[in-house]
Design a protein around this ligand. Structure first.
Ligand code: ADP
Ligand code: ASP
Ligand code: MG
Length: 446
């Protein structure tokens, strides 16, 4: 079985949907994972925000905009009146929830249900379009098999059992469709795998079904050497190891959900990143066979808060770090970067939901300093190969940009810097010039 995921841009218009359906090889057993139409999940999140503020008119406006986008796709997509009507009624059905919550107080349960409507609608539309084209395809809603546990981790045993059962209902069928992003949590409520979660859906399914390949189709020719949103003339990296791809995804390469490499890596399934708009481009392959040489890519993660705890009590004491980390554990807040000196510890977090209680508790352990609006720049490559790469040769590239923390050594594939977000674009461009026009990258350029 192949797992093929199409992201928001790839299903973003009738033109795109026609194009992707054209790419389908009906003879290969394939399970397709579809995201919501590009921009819809953002609009659903806006709707929730506006509804909470009681902005009824703006809510109504957002609701109508979401409806209009889907109706336009349907009008341009279907040739038969019958399929068009069924598709329209699916949209109306899904949007009933929004219509209701334009005027009522929104609940937490409703928020989660609203967020997944984009994937429910896009899959219904594409499924109907494939049926209109007489393709033999089965639609298996993700809510029937994608279960998470109380830690929000995939419940692999249950997913395997349920998905296998669902697939067995369609003997002889080669094409299957499911929703990206959507899951059922341990309370049996509708939930999601966090923003960008359709990639994760694809790799979890790939793991469970021991797929031969997981293809992730998006709007760019594979994973680029730098963030194309901030740097011009980036180029695709043709091969990446799972470890390299994981670091890049975790530290901000938006093309991949931060956790989506893990399930593929565990089952040693290659991931191909492909461009729907130029399907013949080689894209990027992530596998255990990638050769790690030189520097591969740079990524950036925003929204970082640095927390420094300073205490003379730390000097030659044991158990101090444990007490600090217990605070983060208590508030279920992961730490990304960490550096220590004899009397202080500096850490970064990317989730400020519990920042206040964390600070309050850390104040019992020492003097606490906070810096917000920080970014982590992560450079990924093979730093084992230090005959060619010295740390200085990289730091030189940052020019005069102030660096607040450096992390290196825990893995030989990543060096990370913490800088002010205001310096991010300059830092990415300076490093790009320095690293990729320099001997450090010569092995990467194809
Ligand atoms: P999809 O909707 O298909 O899931 P995403 O928007 O989530 O697409 O991911 C693709 C986008 O990721 C690209 O258009 C690009 O702007 C952004 N991106 C950020 N870093 C990278 C990178 N290193 N390589 C490729 N794309 C990147
Ligand atoms: N539609 C969801 C989002 O925009 C999931 C995804 O596209 O991967 O985050
Ligand atoms: Mg994405």
């Amino acid at each position: 079985m192949r797992i093929v995921k199409f992201g928001g841009t790839s299903v973003g218009s009738a033109y795109h949907i026609k194009k992707l359906v054209n790419l389908i090889d009906v003879n290969k057993r394939t399970l397709f994972v579809f995201s919501a139409i590009g921009g819809i999940t953002n609009m659903l999140a806006d709707f929730i925000y506006q509804s909470k503020l009681g902005e009824k008119e703006i809510c109504q406006h957002t609701f109508l905009r979401i409806r209009e986008i889907h109706f336009r796709v349907i009008t341009e997509l279907f040739s038969s009146k019958n399929y068009k009507q069924i598709a329209e009624s699916k949209v109306e059905e899904s949007l009933k929830l929004l219509s209701y919550y334009s005027n009522h107080r929104i609940t937490e349960k409703a928020e989660k249900e609203i967020l997944v409507q984009g994937e429910l609608i896009s899959c219904s539309i594409i499924y109907l379009y494939m049926l209109e084209h007489e393709m033999d395809v089965a639609y298996i809603p993700a809510l029937r098999f994608m279960f998470t546990d109380k830690y929000k981790e995939p419940n692999y045993l249950k997913i395997t059992e349920k998905l296998t059962k669902e697939l067995s209902k369609y003997n002889g069928c080669k094409l299957f469709i499911t929703n990206g992003y959507i899951c059922q949590n341990y309370k049996r409520q509708t939930d999601n795998l966090n923003r960008g979660g359709s990639d994760y859906t694809a790799t979890i399914i790939g793991n469970v079904l021991r797929a031969s390949i997981i293809e992730i189709w998006t709007d760019i020719d594979g994973l680029q050497n730098n963030d194309p949103r901030y740097v011009e003339n980036t180029f695709p990296i043709r091969n990446l190891s799972y470890e390299e791809a994981s670091e890049l995804a975790y530290f901000g390469a938006k093309i991949l959900h931060p956790l989506c490499i893990i399930p593929a890596q565990r089952a040693k399934i290659p991931i191909a990143l492909k461009n729907t708009m130029s399907p013949d481009d080689q894209g990027t392959t992530i596998s255990e066979y990638a050769i790690s040489k030189g520097i591969k890519a740079i990524a950036v993660k925003d929204g970082i808060t640095a927390i420094k705890v300073k205490s003379a009590r730390m000097m030659q004491a044991y158990g101090f770090l444990r007490r600090i980390f217990e605070v983060f554990e208590k508030f279920k807040t992961p730490v990304d970067m960490l550096t220590t000196s004899e009397i202080s510890v500096a850490m970064t977090i990317d989730n400020n939901a519990y920042l206040e209680p964390i600070i309050t508790e850390l104040c019992n352990l020492g003097e606490v300093e906070i810096d917000q609006n920080q970014s982590i720049i992560c450079i990924v490559g093979n730093f084992n190969d230090n005959r060619n790469i010295s740390i200085q040769s990289i730091t030189d590239g940052l020019g005069n940009i102030p660096v607040h923390m450096i992390s290196f050594g825990a893995s030989k594939i990543n060096i990370s810097f913490l800088i002010d977000t205001t310096n991010k674009i300059e830092a990415l461009n300076l490093l790009n010039q320095h690293i990729f026009r320099h001997h450090l990258c010569s092995i990467n350029i194809q």
